[in-house]
Ligand binder design. Structure first.
Ligand SMILES: NC(=O)c1ccc[n+]([C@@H]2O[C@H](COP(=O)([O-])OP(=O)(O)OC[C@H]3O[C@@H](n4cnc5c(N)ncnc54)[C@H](OP(=O)(O)O)[C@@H]3O)[C@@H](O)[C@H]2O)c1
Length: 329
């Protein structure tokens, strides 16, 4: 399977730095009940959408000292509307599950909206909307898709090496460069933040060992996508992930997604300057994207992210702010 190719490629991994001290245990995403699977054809602007199901506000005590979302009260609905692009992917699924759990409205731009039903179930249209679109096709990115959107998280991607996922010319050049360029070009200037998931090593794609990863251009094209966003005038944050671990949770459902954990790899290391080498849990990348949207000083910045064994920031905004603040050059 295509994903295997990208996952089996060994990103260079350096010995993990010692986890930061005094971090509380990471919240493990856990599930609230109340999601069903049914389809409603009423649609968002003629596209597929999902029907309403209320999220039950359930307070369940964690059985250990770790904070879990099960023990948290669902916050009141946020004024954000987050457009998630690449929502069916490993990181994207976790971003959506986490937004749902936080009661933050999202709109998903997907090539295959049916996938959203099996992943996220039956949702309130006010809370989760789905629009069909392929980022390679500028005509799919029509203005009403962005109406009301306050933030964008883009985690699209394909495999670094030829695979079935390149079928129909869905190559790194088309997705990581042209797709990102098309999306960025279509975004309204009123956005509060655009978060793009990229990769460590993009500035060194000509150097070993990155040049191996870049044999088919994935790092070069991701860098072109990054540069286009940086020069767009939009308020951006770029999160460059190390080699992704945990998941992708493809074909899982929301209940399963919300139970995803970063395992032992909960401590977070954030760098700047593309010097970080290592691995990162997809759950940590998803959380970093969500946190960055709200941290003012991350606007206009590029960060690299790894996760290592140890206790982490979980979903605590203050701890994330501190991590971004002390990002190591
Ligand atoms: N694998 C690694 O070790 C690694 C390391 C560093 C950075 N990254 C990057 O991190 C990001 C997230 O990775 P991931 O493994 O979570 O991603 P993933 O599972 O490969 O998911 C990619 C997502 O992009 C969507 N997509 C692909 N082509 C598209 C197109 N033409 N139009 C619209 N959507 C399209 C896919 O939708 P469909 O369901 O329609 O295919 C899917 O939702 C990616 O940018 C990846 O390159 C990966």
């Amino acid at each position: 399977m295509a994903t295997k190719l990208s996952l089996t490629f060994r990103f260079p991994v350096e010995k993990s730095p010692k986890p930061r001290k005094s971090k509380p245990a990471v919240p493990q995403l856990n599930c609230c009940n109340g999601y069903g699977f049914s389809k409603n054809n009423s649609g968002f602007r003629g596209q597929l959408s999902m029907k309403v199901n209320a999220v039950q506000d359930e307070a369940i005590q964690s059985s250990n000292s770790e904070t879990t979302l099960l023990s948290q009260t669902i916050p009141p609905s946020s004024s954000k509307l987050v457009l998630v692009v690449g929502a069916t992917g490993g990181v994207g699924q976790l971003v959506v599950a986490s937004l749902l759990n936080r009661n933050i409205k999202s709109r998903l731009l997907l090539r295959d909206p049916e996938k959203a039903i099996s992943l996220f179930g039956n949702q309130d249209e006010e809370k989760l909307q789905v629009v069909k679109g392929d980022t390679r096709n500028p005509a799919d990115l029509y203005p009403s898709i962005f109406e009301g959107v306050t933030h964008v998280i883009c985690c699209t991607g394909t495999t670094a090496f030829p695979s079935k996922r390149w079928d129909g010319d869905n190559t790194p050049e088309r997705v990581d460069w042209e797709g990102v360029r098309n999306l960025v070009s279509a975004l309204p200037s009123s956005l509060k933040r655009v978060v793009l998931v990229s990769s460590v090593g993009v500035t060194k794609f000509n150097e070993l060992p990155w040049s191996i990863m870049n044999l088919f251009g994935v790092l070069k094209y991701k860098k072109k996508g990054e540069d286009f966003l940086c020069e767009s005038g939009l308020p951006f944050t770029i999160i460059r992930a190390g080699r992704l671990t945990d998941g992708p949770y493809t074909s899982y459902d929301l209940n399963t997604l919300l139970k995803a954990t970063a395992g032992q790899r909960r401590a977070v290391v954030i760098g700047q300057g593309d010097n970080l080498v290592g691995e990162v849990s997809r759950l940590v990348v998803a959380e970093a994207c969500i946190q960055a949207m709200d941290i003012e000083f991350t606007e206009g910045k590029i960060y690299e992210i790894n996760s290592v064994e140890g206790e982490g920031p979980g979903t605590d905004p203050e701890k994330w702010e501190e991590l971004f603040k002390t990002a190591r050059a």
